[in-house]
Design a protein around this ligand. Structure first.
Ligand SMILES: NC(=O)c1ccc[n+]([C@@H]2O[C@H](COP(=O)([O-])OP(=O)(O)OC[C@H]3O[C@@H](n4cnc5c(N)ncnc54)[C@H](OP(=O)(O)O)[C@@H]3O)[C@@H](O)[C@H]2O)c1
Length: 286
């Protein structure tokens, strides 16, 4: 059986959708902290089990019979090393043979150190576990920009602090397809995939595309990280969150999200979703 943690999340759910196209339903185990959120999957015949990263007592029963597992990194930054180790330890005990883990692009050298630390520690735990592993190191989700794009469409101004940095984002659906390939085909053990979109774009490109899609010109206003933080606070973002976002922007300004190896499209056998298509979908759905 193939298991997916975080199946109630946006990425995990898309991975389950991909697996349903590739495997008999009774081979899929959807693991969630909050199984109620994926009750619809249980109705479709997917095995749904509770798995709380903080509670090892839930993890071994949840992993019973699972041979290949996608460990979706948790969303509680600062707590994830212990949480992910709990999952890995339970996997070793229950006989899981292979874990694919969603890490961060260029985890070992990214300037986004605040995020990378927990991913690097998890990668190390997997290397030491004796299990077969694959690291799916993700660049940014294109969807991370949806709120800013909507604001830009409303105001005519896209605001950021990444200058002309290149951003090789891909959609969650692209990354989910890659995870499904790795879970359902052989030859991935010990591989580190740097997964990023085929297209590298800048904030100026994004502003232009938003203008073209919406029919109202949008310009990009580039700020220093300090001014970007102040801008976010002025917009109502709590200062601590604004600080984190400004630090991320400073890292992205150093091309932290740029990768031109095209490993994602090679893995999924199709081009990644173009930025323009993602932007268009955001305005088509509302
Ligand atoms: N590359 C990027 O741009 C990017 C952006 C954001 C996040 N990420 C990372 O990628 C992961 C998946 O992204 P996403 O968009 O699917 O995030 P998401 O929609 O927030 O989903 C996160 C998933 O993790 C589960 N989870 C969190 N803490 C848990 C715990 N203690 N025990 C068990 N499950 C737990 C959540 O369960 P509940 O439904 O119960 O909350 C949810 O299913 C994130 O968790 C984060 O590590 C990457």
């Amino acid at each position: 059986m193939i298991g997916v943690t975080g199946a109630s999340g946006r990425l995990g759910r898309l991975v389950i959708t991909e697996l349903l196209q590739r495997l008999p339903t009774d081979q899929i185990v959807a693991l969630a902290r909050t199984p109620d959120k994926i009750a619809d999957l249980a109705v479709r015949g997917v095995t749904v089990r509770r798995a709380e990263y903080d509670d090892p007592a839930t993890l071994a029963p949840a992993l019973a019979g699972v041979e290949r597992l996608l460990l979706v990194s948790g969303s509680e930054v600062g707590r994830r090393i212990v949480q992910h180790r709990n999952v890995i330890e339970a996997a070793v005990r229950t006989g899981v043979r292979f874990i694919a883990y969603t890490s961060i692009l260029h985890a070992d050298r990214t300037p986004l150190r605040a995020l990378a630390e927990e991913h690097v520690a998890t990668e190390e735990a997997l290397r030491a576990s004796g299990l077969a592993w694959t690291f799916l190191r993700h660049s940014w989700y294109t969807e991370n920009y949806e709120d800013r794009v909507r604001a830009a469409a409303a105001t005519g101004e896209l605001v950021g602090a990444t200058g002309e940095a290149r951003i090789s984002s891909a959609t969650r659906a692209d990354y989910a397809a890659a995870a499904a390939v790795v879970l359902t085909t052989e030859g991935h053990a010990g591989r580190i995939y740097e997964l990023a979109g085929d297209e590298a774009w800048t904030m100026n490109d994004l502003a232009r595309i938003v203008g073209e899609v919406t029919g109202r010109p949008v310009t990009y206003r580039n700020l220093t990280p300090e001014d970007y933080k102040a801008y976010l606070v002025q917009q109502g973002t709590p200062p601590a969150v604004a600080e984190v976002l400004a630090v991320l922007e400073a890292g992205i300004a150093q091309d932290a999200l740029f990768d031109d190896s095209h490993q994602l499209s090679q893995l999924i056998g199709r081009p990644t979703t173009p930025l323009r298509e993602a932007v268009r979908s955001w305005f088509a759905t509302r």
